[in-house]
Design a protein around this ligand. Structure first.
Ligand SMILES: Cc1cc2nc3c(=O)[nH]c(=O)nc-3n(C[C@H](O)[C@H](O)[C@H](O)COP(=O)(O)O)c2cc1C
Length: 404
């Protein structure tokens, strides 16, 4: 067993996988996963918010085998967590999106593929025996997006996830410090100060080269070919999704639409009115607007606004099974995990992602038993104590305030 495989199999928690990923990946790649926007306040708060919730267990009760099954948008899932869209996963491990999708399917859950993926969406769908959703950015303009949406439908993706929090890429300061801009020039002199981080990770470098080197974006097919890595930032800026685009997207997709990036009750109502089938309360894992509240804190407000009309999912800061349980107790239908599986992928490919799933699954089972709750379907607010002010919702803004 090589050192990496050993580190993966010995990982007791997600933090162990994070450390193993830091040892295998060049700094610029690890920090791309690990970092957040600006001062990383929201990134930290997303995790810290889980500490504000405490459990109220029921002791000395029977603990039958725990039932983790649920359904999201009518799809049966074996686990209450889905795989969030994580762009550029192919930089973490050869054919990273296919590898992660395969593990998600084997575990009985949904893999959500980012538009900014290094693998063709058809290949990713083929790699999983489970359901996959496609997360769309309108990069390259409407014609390019329309053709990708058609491809996703033909390939068998069962829902379209529209991310609304990325009118421009957030300022990820670590990326600047690690020379992302200079490295993408591919010119020797600007790159020189930053190449040492690759030489320090020969195993990753060999696998990266064998996988074809710097990935392109085969799901953003421009007239001249797949979008290049150097063009992502500009493409995101030119492809802001607005509420008006949702009608256009719905006409092309003709299936369930999940709106991801809900930060407030106002936008939650707006998304439901625009025809969303489900929402994801998400701040992009603290990678976009720094200083927004942690998602867990926003979840009760969004649930109250939506009032059962659509399913509400949440992501951000989930590193333990007990975090998943807390979000479900608050009323989330299910959660998305992002970095938790990205660390596993970066640490050791498929076995690393499988380790993430195993850690979270056994955590959830243990937490249910310790709570005295037989199934995730029976989790509710009575199993937790949460700060009272999380439930003091401000009245929604008048529709006039929504016009932008
Ligand atoms: C490296 C990385 C890349 C991401 N790329 C995308 C993306 O392409 N599209 C998207 O909607 N969200 C993207 N996200 C956000 C995730 O979907 C998710 O909202 C976030 O990771 C949840 O927070 P967590 O990482 O703390 O679990 C990305 C997150 C990470 C860490």
């Amino acid at each position: 067993m090589n050192a990496m495989a050993g580190a993966v199999s010995r990982a007791v928690n997600v933090e162990d996988l994070r450390r193993a990923a830091r040892r295998r990946l060049p700094r610029v790649v690890f920090d791309y996963i690990d970092g957040g926007a600006d001062a990383e306040i929201t990134l930290r708060e997303n995790c810290r918010a889980f500490e504000a919730i405490t459990f109220r267990p029921r002791c000395a009760v029977e603990t039958p085998p725990s039932d983790l099954r649920t359904s999201v948008l009518g799809l049966p899932l074996s686990l209450p967590f889905l795989f969030a869209p994580v762009g550029s996963s192919r930089m973490f491990y050869p054919r990273g999106e296919e590898v992660a999708a395969r593990v998600a399917g084997a575990a009985g859950t949904v893999y959500i593929l980012s538009t900014l993926s290094g693998c063709r969406l058809e290949d990713v769908k083929k790699a999983t025996q489970g359901h996959a959703w496609y997360q769309v950015y309108l990069c390259g303009g409407r014609d390019v997006a329309a053709s990708t949406i058609g491809r996703a439908r033909d390939a068998g993706f069962s829902a379209l996830v529209v991310t609304i929090d990325t009118p421009v890429a957030g300022l990820r300061e670590r990326d600047f410090r690690n020379g992302t801009k200079e490295l993408l020039t591919r010119r020797p002199w600007p790159m020189l100060p930053y190449v040492g981080q690759f030489i320090a990770r020969p195993r990753w470098l060999a696998q990266f080269i064998a996988d074809g080197g710097l990935m392109t974006f085969p799901n953003v097919m421009l007239p001249e070919g797949p979008m290049l890595y150097t063009d992502v930032a500009a493409a995101l800026e030119q492809s802001t999704v607005t509420w008006r685009d949702l009608d256009w997207i719905r006409d092309r997709w003709r299936g369930p639409i999940v709106v991801k990036g809900i930060h407030t009750s106002e936008d939650a109502r707006r998304a439901v009115d625009a025809g969303a089938s489900a929402l994801v309360v998400s701040n992009h894992g603290g990678r976009q607007l720094d200083g927004v509240p942690p998602t867990l804190r926003v979840l009760p407000e969004v649930l109250a606004a939506v009032n059962g009309r659509v399913e509400v999912l949440v992501d951000g800061g989930i590193r333990r099974g007990s975090d998943v349980v807390k979000a479900l107790c608050l009323g989330a239908r299910a959660v998305l995990i992002g970095r938790a599986y990205a660390y596993g992928l970066g640490a050791g490919g498929g076995p690393g992602v499988t380790r993430t799933v195993d850690i979270l699954r056994t955590d959830i089972v243990r937490t249910l038993k310790l709570l005295g709750c037989p199934s995730i379907a029976e989790l509710n607010r009575s199993y937790i104590e949460a700060p009272a002010d999380w439930f003091n919702h401000t009245v929604a803004a008048a529709p006039g305030n929504w016009a932008r």
